[in-house]
Ligand binder design. Structure first.
Ligand code: ISL
Ligand code: CA
Length: 549
């Protein structure tokens, strides 16, 4: 197991649009992030992953890039970015930026040229195919609704877009495309950034046969889109031409890849990427907008699977991001046991094997939003998938019910800093999006003042983790995989062995753990004292206990 800084540090994702607005225009910005760096340093954050900050028409809130070398106007300018980077580095923190190169915006100059004529030199920067008058080249679908092909009337050809029609897919088979992308990467790396999170990177290799997908494969097309034959070849080239020349971390958002492909992508002997974000855990029980029931045994199996990868790989551990609902609402109990269950989830991700990744607001237990109507949503995926939802036989009311559990917009409500209007996110009264009305009680200011808050629990765990090589590199073992309510595992290092007992239920439970008295209690989310003089222990709902010996 080779030691690396990105195995030992904690990542915090910022969705800039919703993080902090410094100039009152209702939109988060880079100067706002700079004002909050001391807060993140105090929490114990080492690496900031910044969601896209590039010039964009914001069809998909920045994941549709119009100019890779320009800062999104609402966020500030290149001077602000350079200040952010130096302020981050002066606090001995690192900055990972979001690299979105499976597709660009349709307003990118390359696409404007490409669609202007079939003879244009940028034509095959994208994927153009003949279709018929009414039918696209094949039955591939977009994640944001409808076909993955859009007919362009200028040349009567169709272009491919796995996401919105304003996000045309780049043609990675074209060496000129790859060269341009490597130049863009070097532009930012030469400024001193510390790595990339690579958006849907497994999709860059397309099935060049463009064959129709079977009905069953169309249910979750990501698995087909992520199995192109040249993915590893492209990543090896990117590594040799760019990544290998810098001391950085490369993280692939690996939406749809298989386990073996994930292992190959992050096997340090393959010289591709360092880490991947896989979705098995964060999408457990999910079927498009529907969140089906899942059980703890299935969840534990997924942690087991990713924690015991071969020693040439290293997992990431996260329960939140900008594409998923809030973890305390999905995995915890955001009503009666919000604080306690949020602390349990903190202990879970910060004591598992792998690099922990937090998402803004998770550290104070921010919850899902109560959407009252479909037109409150910002996410284009909501509107895009409505026809498919109706076709599946549900009505708008049911669709809203599902989205109140599963929508990406739950994590895009604005960060709750204090109990002032808009939770202190913006002074202005033209907030770009929604602020959860519970900001009056759930906010950073409250949590900083209360030593027993969720924030201080995260801070203690981050501090504990960073001081313990055994917690970072220790072997993982699930000690009671069939238990339906308790998640009990150990992390065994050279010197210490940590035992985690997490009651992921609303019930009080008795448990007997052999030789428990040999352990000392390291940390717990109990407000009442915890006396254990025998191997029998009475667990309260959502107890999270960390022992050490
Ligand atoms: O909603 C999803 C697909 O059904 C998400 O899983 C998401 O689209 C997928 O994980 C890919 O996410 C990334 O690429 C998208 C962008 O919308 C997401 O915000 C980004 O994280 C297209 O760039
Ligand atoms: Ca602003």
């Amino acid at each position: 197991m080779t030691r690396k800084w990105w195995k030992e540090q904690v990542i915090y994702q910022i969705y800039p649009r919703s993080f902090y607005d410094s100039n009152g225009d209702g939109i988060g910005d880079i100067k706002g992030i700079i004002l909050k760096l001391d807060y993140l340093k105090f929490l114990g954050i080492d690496i900031i992953w910044l969601s896209p900050h590039f010039d964009s028409p914001n069809d998909d809130n920045g994941y549709d890039i119009r100019d890779y070398r320009k800062i999104m106007e609402e966020f500030g300018d290149m001077n602000d970015f350079d200040n952010l980077l130096s302020e981050i580095h002066s606090r001995e923190m690192k900055l990972v930026i979001d690299l979105v190169v499976n597709h660009t915006s349709d307003e990118h100059n390359w696409f404007i040229e490409s669609k202007s004529s079939s003879k244009n030199k940028f034509r095959d920067f994208y994927i153009w195919k003949e279709g018929s008058e009414t039918n696209p080249p094949n039955n591939w679908t977009s994640f944001f609704g409808g076909s993955a092909w859009e007919k362009d009337l200028k040349t009567n050809d169709y272009y491919l877009h796995y996401f919105s029609k304003k996000q045309p897919d780049l043609n990675w088979e074209n060496q000129k495309v790859r060269r341009e992308i490597y130049d863009i990467m070097k532009f930012w790396l030469d400024k001193g950034i510390d790595g990339f999170r690579m958006d849907v990177i497994p999709f860059i290799s397309k099935d060049l046969g463009f064959k129709n997908l079977s009905k069953s494969k169309l249910i979750s097309p990501e698995f087909s889109y992520a199995s192109g034959t040249k993915l590893h070849q492209f990543l090896k080239e990117m590594n040799s031409k760019v990544l290998s020349k810098y001391d950085i971390v490369s993280i692939g958002e690996a939406f749809g890849i298989s386990n073996e492909s994930m292992i190959k992508m992050t096997d340090e002997r393959e010289n591709e990427l360092n880490l991947v974000f896989i979705f098995d855990i964060i999408r457990i029980g999910r079927d498009n907008w529907i969140q089906n029931k899942w059980n703890l045994k299935e969840l534990k199996k997924l942690f087991e699977q990713q924690s015991n990868v071969k020693h040439f790989n290293w997992p990431t551990v996260f329960l939140n991001n900008h594409d998923n609902p809030r973890s305390v609402s999905k995995y915890g109990n955001d009503l009666q046991f919000r604080e306690k269950s949020a602390k349990l989830l903190a202990m879970l991700i910060l004591t598992q094997k792998g690099t922990p990744v937090l998402f803004q607001g998770e550290e104070i237990g921010m919850t899902n939003y109560k959407f009252e109507s479909l037109d409150q949503f910002d996410d284009l995926e909501v509107v895009g998938n409505l026809p498919k939802a109706i076709k599946s036989g549900i009505n708008k009311k049911d669709y809203l019910k599902h989205l109140n559990i599963s929508s990406r917009d739950h994590s895009r409500t604005t960060m709750q800093w204090n109990n002032k209007i808009n939770g202190g996110f913006t002074e202005g009264n033209n907030n770009w999006f929604l602020t959860n009305s519970n900001y009056s009680s759930i906010n950073v200011e409250n949590d900083l003042k209360n030593i027993n808050s969720i924030f201080h629990f995260y801070k203690s765990l981050i501090d504990l983790r960073k001081k313990s090589n055994d917690l970072i590199y220790g072997d993982y073992q699930d000690l009671d995989p069939t238990n339906e309510s308790l998640f009990i595992y150990q992390r065994k290092g050279k010197k210490f062995c940590y035992l985690l007992i997490l009651n992921m239920s609303n019930a009080s439970l008795k448990y007997n753990f052999n030789n428990l008295t040999k352990y000392s209690l390291e940390l717990s989310n109990r407000t009442s004292d915890l006396n254990f003089f025998s191997d029998d222990i009475d667990l309260l709902p959502w107890d999270a206990l960390m022992f050490k010996k």
